[in-house]
Write a protein that binds this ligand. Structure first.
Ligand code: SF4
Length: 190
């Protein structure tokens, strides 16, 4: 475990703290940016078939375990539909069936994101957002306080997941597709 990784038994609690922090960041950005961020319940354009860390997978399993059997079966059936790339946790009304247990990536949906893209051997800084948000605005002019830095978030989540992996004795870097979790399939190592 690296020197700055949290104590293993803290990993789950610290993921909850990270969830809260990302949600707080989102709320503050929404208040700051006003109508430029149009995200609302029922808008689900971001809901695709993501993979998540082993630690986040555990949280989703907790959420699934709390659902009635029939509901779980319904989600498993949706997960078996490979004719779409829409997340099978998305209900027909555009709401998430595992909302309280959704992973970090889903909690950043709608925020402007700063990330790095590799092109022709070069690392290029990029800034992007949902095309429904900041319409007609140059993202470069958006307050830095409203922009989520993907590298920082990934580093924090990776450290928490590594700590959790050490605690459980599972391989570090293990990821699971939300589709597999809804089907009830075991995680896979990467
Ligand atoms: S887990 Fe929920 S919020 Fe995340 S992509 Fe699936 S339906 Fe959307």
């Amino acid at each position: 475990m690296s020197a700055d990784a949290p104590a293993p038994r803290d990993a789950r609690a610290r993921l909850d703290a990270l969830f809260a922090k990302v949600e707080g960041f989102f709320t503050a950005a929404q208040e700051r940016e006003g109508e430029a961020i149009t995200c609302h319940a029922g808008c689900s354009d971001c809901c695709r078939r993501f993979t998540v860390t082993g630690l986040e997978a555990e949280v989703i399993r907790e959420g699934l375990a709390a659902l009635p059997d029939g509901r779980r079966d319904e989600l498993a059936r949706r997960a078996d539909d490979d004719t779409t790339d829409v997340c099978p946790a998305l209900d027909a009304d555009g709401r998430c069936a595992i909302y309280a247990h959704r992973p970090v990536i889903c909690r950043t949906h709608g925020l402007p994101i700063r990330f790095t893209e590799q092109r022709a051997g070069r690392s290029l800084p990029m800034l992007d957002a949902c095309p429904k948000n900041f319409v007609g605005r140059d993202l470069a002019g958006v307050s830095a306080a409203s922009v989520m830095d993907q590298a920082t978030l990934s580093t924090i989540l990776g450290a928490l997941d590594a700590a959790d992996a050490d605690e459980r004795g599972r391989p570090r870097g293990e990821r699971a597709a939300i589709v597999e979790l809804l089907r009830g399939a075991p995680p896979r190592a990467t």
